[in-house]
Design a protein around this ligand. Structure first.
Ligand code: KG4
Ligand code: ZN
Length: 344
């Protein structure tokens, strides 16, 4: 089965064609980063309008890349939520219109399920059950995964998501959006140990996170050490390193706890922040002490938003027989646990 995937939940227009027998046949991505750069974050209305401009040319590009014509597409998957409502509506409207025109089924996919399953696009995919750490710009969640659609939330952020915290801290340090990669590269020049930021909520039981305090800590640190309102390069790097280390160590501690609690051997990390090298290194170090436990993640371009993860998730669900009508339904807020298991 060949499934066209369309991702438009935020500031990336992603399109891909996935074949259940062969794998990915084509993919294309347009990032709106430059469009939103001067605002320091995503402007929803600009995002929606840009998706309108990009999505059809990208679909044509992907079909051409895959040497496929529209009559070879068996189904269409689109991101139905969570995300920005205007942006979601663009992908949903295009998906439903094409499904009607091409007479094929279409299905709305949960963006975080897309992320969660993205490591399965790699050569050595994880098998169920596993613990998933979902870390993106909008979510930080630990999930027990028994199968596709069988998700149990173990813990989540009570305030900012990890990616959001990276973005906000980067803004304070006058670094560009998105803040995660900017902080990570700045931190490489940082002096280890000059600043030690707290590891929020690790001293109490449970698997929830809180990252908003780290933002305040960053602001106070800048105010205390910054001379004449000018952040010098080294101070910037030292704060970036302290911030990144605190987020990473907090995530590692909670992942360790989640593995102990569930007894699972496999840990999957997904979402934009899972591209972070310090996080991967920290998790490897933790898992090394727990022999037999294995870490899975996707290549960097499948950690951040992309069409391939939506095409893949859509293909699994369409193959299992799931279908929906032509009405356009998006869910800006959508708990992962409400998803239907496949095959039931
Ligand atoms: O999954 P994603 O592309 O979009 C959402 O679903 O939100 O994640 C974007 C987030 C942004 O907050 C960005 O700063 C963060 O992922 N991010 C990173 C890295 N690359 C992207 N955070 C830390 N380190 C990175 N290398
Ligand atoms: Zn995402």
């Amino acid at each position: 089965m060949k499934v066209l995937g369309i991702e438009t939940s935020c500031d990336e227009t992603g399109v891909a064609l996935y074949d259940s027998e062969i794998g990915l046949l084509g993919e294309a991505l347009y990032s709106q980063v430059d469009l939103h750069l001067e605002y320091g974050g995503v402007v929803p209305e600009l995002a929606s309008r840009d998706h309108v401009r990009r999505v059809l040319p990208l679909i044509k590009e992907v079909l051409a890349q895959a040497h496929c014509t529209s009559d070879m597409v068996d189904g269409i998957a689109y991101t139905a939520g969570p995300g920005l409502i205007g942006a979601l509506m663009v992908g949903a409207s295009v998906a439903k219109s094409l499904a009607f025109a091409w007479q094929v089924p279409s299905l709305g996919i949960h963006h975080m399920e897309g992320h969660l399953l993205a490591p399965m696009l790699e050569d050595e995919p994880p098998t169920f059950p596993f613990v998933a750490l979902l870390v993106s710009g909008g979510h930080t969640q630990l999930v027990s995964v028994l199968g596709i659609g069988q998700y149990q939330l173990l813990g989540e952020s009570v305030d900012d998501a990890a990616g959001e915290a990276f973005d906000k801290a980067a803004k304070m340090l006058n670094l560009d959006y998105p803040g995660g990669p900017a902080i990570a590269s700045m931190a490489l020049k940082g002096t280890p140990g000059r600043f030690i930021f707290p590891r929020p909520m690790v001293d109490r039981p449970g698997l929830d996170f809180s990252f908003s305090g780290l933002k305040t800590y960053t602001r106070n640190c800048i105010a205390e050490y910054c001379q004449d309102d000018l952040l010098d390069e080294q101070l910037n790097a030292d704060i970036a390193l302290a911030f990144e280390t605190a987020v990473v160590e907090t995530l590692v501690i909670k992942c360790k706890r989640a593995l102990e609690q569930t007894g699972y051997d496999r840990l999957v990390i997904a979402g934009g922040v899972s591209a972070n090298q310090r996080l991967r290194a920290g998790l490897y170090e933790m898992l090394e002490k727990k022999s037999g436990k294995v870490l899975f993640y996707a290549r960097p371009e499948y950690c951040t938003d992309n069409g391939a993860m939506i095409a893949f998730a859509g293909c699994q669900r369409l193959l299992s027989g799931q279908r929906e009508g032509l009405e356009i339904k998006c869910r800006p807020r959508w708990p992962l646990e409400e998803l239907a298991p496949i095959g039931q």
